[in-house]
Structures are given as structure tokens and as C-alpha cells.
Ligand binder design. Sequence first.
Ligand SMILES: Cc1cc2nc3c(=O)[nH]c(=O)nc-3n(C[C@H](O)[C@H](O)[C@H](O)COP(=O)(O)OP(=O)(O)OC[C@H]3O[C@@H](n4cnc5c(N)ncnc54)[C@H](O)[C@@H]3O)c2cc1C
Length: 429
Amino acid sequence: MSLEPATLWHATAAPLPAFDRLAGQHEADLLVIGGGFAGLSTALHAAQKGLSVILVEAHRVAWGATGRNAGFVVPNFAKVDPDEVRARLGDRAEALISMAAGSGDLVFNLIRRHQIDCDAAQVGWIQPSHSDAAFAKAQDRVRQWSALGRPVQRLDAAEVTALTGVSGWRGGWIDRSGGVVNPVGYARGLARAAAEAGARVYEETPVTALIRKGAQWCATTAAGQILARKVVLATNAYVGKLWPDLARNFFPLRVFQIATAPLPAAIRQRILPEGQCVSDSRRNLFTMRFDAQNRLISGGMHMLALGADGRVPRGIHRRLMHMLAMPDLPPLAYQWSGIAAVMPDFLPRVVDLGPDLIAGFACNGRGIALSTAMGRELSDWAGGTPIRALALPSRAANNIPLHGLSRMAPNALLPISMLRDRMESRRNI
Ligand SMILES: Cc1cc2nc3c(=O)[nH]c(=O)nc-3n(C[C@H](O)[C@H](O)[C@H](O)COP(=O)(O)OP(=O)(O)OC[C@H]3O[C@@H](n4cnc5c(N)ncnc54)[C@H](O)[C@@H]3O)c2cc1C
């Protein structure tokens, strides 16, 4: 398996010298397994607390979903809003809600503080509404998040068109604390900051076994061993065989991304003139943003895995042409895919895997902001905060029923989702 996937972000991010492979015997207060946003943020914040930290990544930093995403910084939950979180979690809700609400600011503050070169722009995230019901929900979302002091705003249809260059949406809303980054640049910057704070970062070092030895955990790698008091599994959807039970706790969702060749400056001006990122309210959501070189980026999912690598990127490109009414859209320049871990209830959580061993999941399409914020929480756990006092809900490993079949549901149900989207839309957007 290659050490770096061929994404736009890997091709254009500021380089980072490779970290060594781990060899020999090592000890640490905290071992973090996985070099994505969750692991890197955990390692950075734990090292800043004065803990001795080792982070090991099987490939290079940002190999997983972290390097393959769209770079949208979205400071809220997918599909769930504060009122519903309160109804579900009771008095444990407020800490999680404020973690999410502040997560965009956390990302951009880290970027400023550590001078991370990643084309960051805190210009906002827009969610246009495809139907009247979705617009009503958008207005309710504005009510709920503005009550928390967030810089959110309702947008009418004309305002959405002016901000996106696309007509046909019913309205929408914007959270101006969101924005865009080059995710590989951001992850590499976090890795550098973690190392500067004292964390020992190793690449090309897959952990092949993790066992309890007395009061510690012992992780085995190809050329060494690590003894650690506490362990964070930050492997997300890429956990593989290391902890098979964990893989049955989420739905793995394969998501494709494309980038066009750069758009001419004159056309660039009328699409997303302020540079926000957009993901609309449809179940088969439409997304778009520009990178720093005016390439247009969008994403989508597959129904059938067979032949998806060729078919799906072409379909995403066609959808972009349709949405922008631009038959002469520049051709595809990059295409890639990654696996996101979707939790059944769409909320971030920690999974308690035994004494001093936890895994964190914050994805659901919000992994940049929420995984960064989750990492700070996990570092508190490493420093002694009990799991139940963290902002994230926790639970023991809990297999999703019939996981072998149900794991295919998000992709298999896509045609039904598309049909429902179309029936609800006022216009064929
Ligand atoms: C295509 C796509 C688009 C997305 N778009 C967005 C977006 O625009 N905005 C957003 O906020 N979120 C988005 N997401 C979600 C986001 O990318 C993820 O939530 C986030 O990157 C997860 O980070 P992570 O650190 O938990 O996991 P990952 O980035 O997946 O990292 C896990 C790492 O663990 C390593 N690993 C696994 N096993 C071992 C082992 N045994 N030993 C050592 N290392 C190991 C892997 O190599 C991998 O690098 C998207 C996801 C996908 C797939």
C-alpha cells in the first residue's frame, strides 16, 4: 500500500520531512495510534500538558481520511442540532454542544498559533436548502446555534445565489466560524507542532498487536515495542485488524472527491466569490469549494462499488456542470476516495475499550473541526480526567446489529435518498 494517496492535497500541501520508523524499546505516558487529525490533536495537546507521548502512524501522517477529505471546516453536527442533543444526552449535552460550537475557532486558532501553512480561510460554511422543509430546518438551526452566540445567519434564496453562483436553492444558512483548509497542510502542521511540543512521532510504523502487560499496554511494531500507561486508538475507519471489535461500531462510508483543472479568473469571480465551502441539505449532498489555485472541488458517493473508481468521479464532474450550468467546466485534474466512519446516531463519541484504552470517533463529515476538538478532550483523559467527565459521550464497544449487512446500507440506500431529494426539490438542482 502506498505511503501517500494521490490526492490534490498531497500534491499541493507544504512538505514535511518524513519522521523516522520506530525501532527498539520505548516507553510513554500515552501512546496514540493513528496520524490523522484525531491522533495528531491528541498528541499535540497531551505533549503540551507535559505528558510523554508517542504517536505512531502506519503510513505517512494524513494517509487516512484526514488527507482525503474536502477540507471543509464545519463546526456543528451532521443532521443533529443542540435541542436534539439535549433531548438525547440530558445534562451531559452542553459540554458536547460547546465543544462543537467552538471547534471551528479552535482549528483556525491552532493554525494561527503554530503558523501552519495550509491555505486556511475562516470565511464560513454554507448549507443551502433544497426544499421548503429543509429551509424551515435551516432557520431553526440558525435559531439554535445563534442562541449559543455563534456567527450564524439565515440566507434567502437570492443571498445563497449571490454567495454560491448557483440558483435554484430555496435559501439556506451560513456559519462564519467555519471555512476551508488544505487538510494535508493542516495535518502536517499539527504533526510538526506536536513534535515541537515534545511528542515523539513515528511514520511507517503499523502497530500489529496491542496487549495488556501488568498495569501497562504493550504495542508491537515491525522493529520495536512501546510500553504505555494509556493508549488512544485514533485509527477511525482504518482500524483494520488491530481491534476487530471496533470496526463493528461504525458504518464505513466510501466517499469520492474530485478537483477540476483551475478555472479562469473571470469565471471564478461569479462562483463562490467570498471563498466559502458549500454542502447542501440533500441526503445525496452536493458539495463544492475552490482550492488556492482556483480548482473546483466536489464529492459524492457510489451505489455499486464495482467500477466506481471510473464512473463516480465522472458523475460528480457532470453534476458540477449541471449545478453551475457550465458545460465547458474545465476537466477533471484529480480524483481520489477515502473511508469515513459514520456513527449510527451521527454524534461524536469515545469508545471505552478497557482499562486505559479508548478510541475516539468524531467524523460524520465534520472530522476536521470535531476531531481536532476531540483530540483536546482525549488529551484531558490522558492527563487523568475520567471518561465520564469528557465533553464526548462514552460507551463500551457495542456492535451494530447485523453489521456485515447493515454496513452496506449508507451506499445501498443512495438511490432511495436521491429519489426523495428529487421529489422534495422545487427545481432539478
Ligand atoms: C472523502 C472524504 C471527505 C471528507 N470531507 C470532510 C470535510 O470536508 N470536512 C470534514 O470535517 N470532514 C470530512 N471528512 C471526514 C474527515 O476526513 C475524518 O473525520 C477525519 O479525517 C478522521 O480523522 P481521524 O484522525 O479520526 O482518522 P484518519 O484520518 O482516517 O486516520 C487514521 C489513521 O490511522 C492509521 N492507522 C490505522 N491502523 C493503524 C495501525 N495499526 N498502526 C498505526 N497507524 C494506524 C491510518 O494509517 C490512518 O492514517 C471526509 C471524509 C472522507 C473520507
